[in-house]
Design a protein around this ligand. Structure first.
Ligand SMILES: Cc1cc2nc3c(=O)[nH]c(=O)nc-3n(C[C@H](O)[C@H](O)[C@H](O)COP(=O)(O)OP(=O)(O)OC[C@H]3O[C@@H](n4cnc5c(N)ncnc54)[C@H](O)[C@@H]3O)c2cc1C
Length: 410
């Protein structure tokens, strides 16, 4: 069945595809999005279950992300902010690691805790102010090598950076490229960490709300692209003027029938618990600075945004970064053992709502990619795999792909 659609066809309604669509729509250009799933948003999703809002894997928006600031209406998202710092578990106690420049009193109190030396604390504060120049490090360096080169002590790396960055990169070897460290620290330094009051899926929802309702076709998987013909799973063949592949890593190769080896991904594992009382009542990240137990980080999401849980209940998210620990068949039992150690036997009453296992959460990036938007005239790509994988890169790559389309097909 051949279809006469002649505008730009965008494959994928994740953040990259939606940002691309927004740019084309702003220019009054015709486009259509084919999305394989039954919803928009790709890896940014929120399920509402019995009054709880469960993001598919714990994730946050850094408010300084430049493309996000440009495209999103933060006020309408009703962003709820995290405390700029963390509680770190070490030596059987919780230690507050605060940003000394934003919370001077807490920063001073934390200056003499065992999570790194006093000099480390000043370095962290300085780097959050953007004063650290990770850009001077060679592209080939890993995050771990760069932290060592900057003079951070082993204790600061083990007790703070490994759990903190492990949770951000979704790998705790810290062999992610120094370029991602640079990107992440720059954005942490320049703004806050937040979630929309009603869940991360509000982000793609807001982007899509500005598009014509009929422009997004759900349950429409593209099977292959031959020349300028796009074949859908349902047998339809489209001949658009331009095609933008806005899928996750590996989509371009798959759709073009290339035999490139599949891209490596970091996996994410997140357990959601509900409890009648919260282990902490502030919007803060809790990090495991001890090298034991499966839990990497824990957040009481209902303390960040009460809209994440029904009244009187708390929603707790727990992320596991170590793939071996995440794969253990008794993961829940091990997590519960750690919770008893941290907060006491009362945690046995916490109810497990769900375990999210996301095998391809972000591309593994030992080397920083820099993929062009234009594959050839009429064929374009975007997605987080085009640069340092993040919400912002997905959005920026979508805009860049639209710019390339506009340039080629004015
Ligand atoms: C658990 C987790 C935690 C994260 N934490 C953070 C964080 O804290 N901060 C941050 O900045 N980033 C984080 N990220 C990364 C961020 O979510 C992604 O980088 C971003 O959402 C990627 O968007 P995208 O549009 O590039 O790809 P995707 O969201 O993967 O969108 C691709 C879309 O293409 C569709 N598609 C694929 N193949 C086809 C086909 N053949 N036909 C039609 N449609 C197709 C897919 O269904 C999907 O909807 C996290 C990701 C996960 C999973």
């Amino acid at each position: 069945m051949k279809n006469q659609f002649t505008g730009t066809l965008i494959i994928g309604a994740g953040l990259a595809g939606l940002a691309c669509a927004r740019r084309l729509h702003d220019e009054g250009k015709g486009f259509s999005i084919c999305e394989a799933a039954d919803r928009i948003g790709g890896r940014v999703a929120t399920d509402v279950c019995d009054g709880y809002r469960l993001d598919r894997g714990f994730q946050v928006l850094l408010t300084a992300y430049p493309e996000a600031r440009r495209l999103l209406d933060y006020e309408a998202l009703d962003l709820r902010h995290f405390y700029p710092g963390a509680l770190v578990r070490y030596g059987g106690k919780w230690h507050r690691v605060a940003d000394p420049f934003r919370h001077p009193i807490d920063g001073l109190r934390g200056a003499f805790n065992p999570i790194g030396s006093f000099a480390d604390k000043l370095r962290v504060g300085w780097s959050r102010l953007g004063g650290f120049d990770f850009s001077r490090h060679d592209d080939g360096l890993t995050t771990l090598q760069a932290l060592r080169a900057e003079g951070f002590s082993q204790s600061m790396i083990e007790r703070f950076f490994r759990p903190f960055l492990g949770g951000v990169f979704l790998e705790n070897e810290l062999d992610t490229t120094v370029r991602k460290l640079e990107f992440v620290m720059r954005n942490f330094a320049a703004g806050g960490t937040a979630i929309p009051a009603l869940g991360m899926a509000e982000i793609p929802r807001q982007l899509a709300a500005a598009l014509p309702a009929t422009s997004i076709r759900l349950n429409s998987r593209v099977k292959a692209i031959y020349g300028n013909r796009v074949h859908l799973d349902n047998g339809e063949i489209l001949s658009p003027k331009a095609v933008v592949i806005a899928t996750e890593a590996g989509g371009v190769e798959r759709l073009l029938g290339r035999n490139d080896p599949p891209a490596d991904s970091n996996l994410a594992t997140c357990l959601y618990f509900t409890a009648p009382s919260a282990p902490v009542n502030e919007p803060i990240l809790l990090l495991n600075g001890e090298s034991t137990g499966p839990v990497n980080n824990l957040t009481v999401l209902s303390a960040v945004s009460p809209g994440y849980s029904p009244p009187g209940q708390h929603l707790i998210s727990i992320s596991v970064a170590d793939p071996g620990a995440a794969a253990a068949p008794d993961l829940e039992v091990r997590v519960r053992r750690q919770l008893v150690d941290w907060f006491g036997a009362g945690t046995q009453a916490w109810e497990l709502l769900r375990i999210d296992r996301i095998p391809h959460a972000v591309p593994s990036q030992r080397v920083a990619p820099d993929k062009p938007a234009r594959l050839r005239k009429g064929l374009y790509q975007c997605g987080d795999h085009c640069g340092i994988a993040s919400i912002d890169t997905a959005l920026a790559s979508g805009t860049a792909a639209a710019e390339a389309v506009l340039e080629d097909l004015p």
